[in-house]
Ligand binder design. Structure first.
Ligand code: FE2
Ligand code: FE2
Length: 290
């Protein structure tokens, strides 16, 4: 039996503007491999977040619980600020000759807006099978991706290498702020999906596609940025790859991710079963923008 989901505070939209002055090109441990893994997320997140907003907002009018309507608006507000701040970093990447817009256009076209993009094709097919199924599936994929962002956020707060000594401080602040808000709103899409359609099959099928999309595009972006990076050190890259695999797959992040990912497949799972509100409170306690 699932424990009763704990009551959470109302979501708050924090209109934060980060300063990205003097961010070095390889801003995580001086590593090309690690930096471009997260640089890829700077592209994938904003487009993904716009998709989340589209997927959940269309259901606001159907919610019986008026508090959920308010929280959908706040969720969209938080995701909108995340997308904007990650997108602002594209300017820095552009100055570093990483040509982020080329990868962003590829992602936009193939995943969301092109005639044969995932979003268009899957919605068209599913809407023909049953009207409304395409929208429900988009919400299910969003709910699964929100689970990913919440468990990645959880792992980031526990990761010993995520310190100002290893990661450019302004970038670590951006990642931690985003992570805190992902944990804060982790149950919203799940609760909306539950009210729209409580089907277990719908929920887990969204997770399958979410996994392929998320890791497929992040890896594609990482490979693209490594390819266009003229300052990479070919000699250092095998060592950097070994270190990243050791840290992500076999370290704290890998342990936390696998444990929390599997919990999504429990029939009675609810995101608030993972009790990590203290990570959010702890992060925001001394922030002026909290
Ligand atoms: Fe976000
Ligand atoms: Fe989110």
């Amino acid at each position: 039996m699932t424990a009763q989901a704990p009551k959470t505070n109302p979501l708050k939209v924090r209109n934060v503007h980060f300063k990205f002055d003097e961010v070095p090109k390889h801003w995580i441990l001086g590593s090309t491999i690690a930096t471009h893994f997260i640089n890829s997320m700077h592209i994938v997140f904003p487009e993904g977040e716009k998709f989340f907003i589209r997927s959940v907002r269309r259901y606001a009018k159907d919610m019986k619980d008026k508090n959920l309507v308010k929280e959908i608006n706040n969720f969209c507000g938080q995701e909108g600020v995340h997308a904007r701040e990650h997108e602002r970093f594209w300017e820095v990447m552009n100055e570093q000759n990483l040509q982020p817009h080329r990868f962003a256009n590829f992602l936009k076209k193939t995943a969301f807006s092109g005639k044969y993009s995932y979003e268009k094709v899957s919605r068209n097919i599913l809407e023909k099978i049953k009207p409304g199924l395409g929208d429900k599936f988009s919400l299910s994929v969003t709910t699964a991706l929100e689970h990913y962002t919440a468990i990645l956020a959880h792992a980031l707060f526990l990761e010993p290498i995520a310190t100002n000594d290893n990661i450019a401080p302004q970038m670590l602040e951006l990642l931690h702020w985003h992570a805190a808000e992902e944990i804060e709103h982790k149950a919203l899409c799940f609760d909306v999906l539950k009210e729209v359609d409580d089907s277990y099959i719908l929920r887990v099928s969204g997770m399958s596609l979410a996994t392929i999309l998320l890791f497929g595009y992040i890896t594609a972006g990482q490979v693209y940025f490594i390819a266009v990076d003229k300052d990479k050190s070919i000699v250092k890259m095998p060592f950097e790859t070994y270190f990243l695999i050791k840290t992500i797959v076999f370290g704290q992040i890998g342990k936390e991710l696998s444990k929390n990912l599997l919990s999504y497949f429990r029939r009675d799972f609810h995101p608030n079963d993972i009790d990590d509100r203290h990570l959010v409170d702890n992060f925001f306690k001394d922030k002026a923008y909290a």
